[in-house]
Design a protein around this ligand. Structure first.
Ligand SMILES: NC(=O)c1ccc[n+]([C@@H]2O[C@H](COP(=O)([O-])OP(=O)(O)OC[C@H]3O[C@@H](n4cnc5c(N)ncnc54)[C@H](OP(=O)(O)O)[C@@H]3O)[C@@H](O)[C@H]2O)c1
Length: 237
């Protein structure tokens, strides 16, 4: 079966801005109902007129009970969960020598532990659809260590890629498909703090949003384990 049935529901973490906001807006525009996980829930401008298909959920990846609460809220409101987009993430630009344990823990906590808890909390609902989808917003920093300063972040993003593979392995027989989405620089606040390249030379968040919507629409028989996308030429990406 191609596409998603009408009334499909996606949870998107870090939907307040950047990639998460564009993914949520794109899915809404394509007919999905969206539950927006935000640290500070505020109705986005693009949701105006679609309140029947938009839920705001207070969600902080640092709260270990947050995922269960959010999933319960989404099920109470929509009755099903078809897809997760684990997008909330942080980048601390320190080498593995500069970083201390707190820096590593902060990135592991938001970039790896919280997405795992979210998948665990939503597992039953995802399996129940027979075609649950999980997108882990990893990074090309989960595929190669590009610089010393990206080293600590890479630790967490390699783990995020492994998480997507582990979810795919666990859920395949139940129709769950998981993809590690691995972009290079995307024109958001995060990249603005990391590169001097003009924002129009970076991958645009709305292009990434269209890629993610496409991945979510694929049938069970077209499983995409990893999707790499780059704005610049590198040896392998
Ligand atoms: N931009 C890039 O070049 C790039 C490249 C590869 C991968 N990525 C990955 O793509 C994802 C989105 O990045 P982005 O560029 O959109 O970043 P961004 O512009 O910095 O936005 C980050 C989002 O994550 C949320 N967030 C951060 N910490 C959180 C927490 N503890 N609990 C809940 N939400 C939290 C932020 O919420 P607040 O608004 O409350 O801060 C915001 O919505 C991240 O996983 C990032 O690592 C980005």
């Amino acid at each position: 079966m191609n596409g998603h049935p009408k009334g499909s529901v996606a949870l998107i973490s870090g939907a307040s801005r950047g990639i998460g906001s564009h993914v949520a807006a794109e899915l809404l525009q394509q007919g999905w109902s969206v539950s927006l996980g935000m640290r500070t829930p505020v109705t986005p401008g693009w949701a105006a007129g679609h309140e029947d298909r938009v839920q705001l959920a207070a969600y902080d990846a640092g709260d270990v009970d947050g995922e269960q609460r959010w999933v319960r809220q989404a099920l109470d409101r929509f009755g099903r969960i078809d897809a997760l987009v684990a997008n909330a993430g942080i980048m601390i630009p320190k080498t593995v020598i500069e970083a201390d344990d707190d820096d590593i823990e902060a990135m592991m906590s938001v970039n790896v532990k919280a997405p795992r808890r979210l998948a665990k909390a939503a597992w039953e609902a995802l399996c129940a659809t027979g075609r649950g989808r999980v997108i882990i917003l990893a990074s090309l920093s989960g595929k190669r260590v590009k610089s010393a300063a990206a080293g600590s972040y890479s630790l967490s993003k390699f783990a995020a890629v492994a998480l997507a593979h582990a979810i795919r392995q666990t859920g395949f027989d139940k129709g769950v498909r998981a993809t590690a989405v691995c972009p290079g620089f995307v024109a958001t606040d995060m990249a603005a703090a990391l590169t001097d390249r003009a924002s129009d030379q970076l991958t645009q968040p709305d292009d990434l949003a269209r890629i993610i919507a496409m991945l979510l629409s694929l049938p069970n028989e077209a499983s995409v384990a990893e999707f790499a996308v780059n704005c610049q030429l590198e040896e392998f990406f």
